[in-house]
Design a protein around this ligand. Sequence first.
Ligand code: AMP
Length: 294
Amino acid sequence: MIPVLIAEVISENMEVIETIPQMVDWTRQTPRSLGLVPTMGALHQGHLSLVEKARSENVSLAVTIFVNPTQFSESEDLSSYPRDIEADLEILKNAQVDAVFVPEVTEMYPGGYDTWVDVGDIAGKLEGEWRAEHFRGVATIVTKLFGIIRPDFAYFGQKDGQQTVVLNQIVRDLHLGVDLVICPTIRDENGLALSSRNKYLTLAQQSDAGVIYRSLVAGKTKWEKGEKRAVVIRDTVERVLMESDLITEIDYISVADLDGLNEVRLIGGDAMLSVAVRIGSVRLIDNVILSLST
Ligand code: AMP
């Protein structure tokens, strides 16, 4: 339930909707085109960039805030995941969002719920190797949100590079009839990709964590200078990461093609250079695209 206090903050023009039937009603009545920005809240400038783009490209705009339990494994941070609904609603009101969908977990997954969207190969790579059920949860919740809200356009961040590939696959395979719009990664001044999980870092760690992006840029620069061997690009990234005392673990450094997320040996077409690292117990991901057309 949204506390009464928060309800007072909300503009008359922005509807805050908690139930699926009400959201479906709103969706049916709203003028099109309809843009959707799905989020887990704790909004920052990265989320806002999606909201602003969606606002500028659509007649109507809905944002969802739902910390989706099915995409967290048991060892992950579901219970401590940052939540700040009051600040989020204020941000969205100022961004002229028309409707915010904030369902409870029991609304999305009532007792007896048992249908899952299981994406094949690509969901098992990279993040999937470390977070087995993650993309099953993501694919399921996004499919459900698309079913409820039926957007014309849905906006996602390149920050979660593999997620964009997985979502493209389900939209294609399940004929979901929505156009995905992938938006650039928004970064701190030091290059650190904005993330709700950055809140777990101390300020000193946040400023040192620019090393993650610096490592990707070093790899990309090597590639721009003509290096095509993925192993050399990965080594370059690793060397930069290892120079920092901050990084306690490197889960992976990957150079993968953009279709199947298969590791490439020689970079021919477009590829995604991505990393997952740990700073203590905080796990961060980032990526850059190696593309001749960008
Ligand atoms: P989340 O709340 O983390 O599930 O993210 C919601 C959406 O915002 C996803 O499509 C993310 O990829 C996107 N997003 C998160 N951080 C950033 C960022 N720094 N730049 C651009 N998009 C982002």
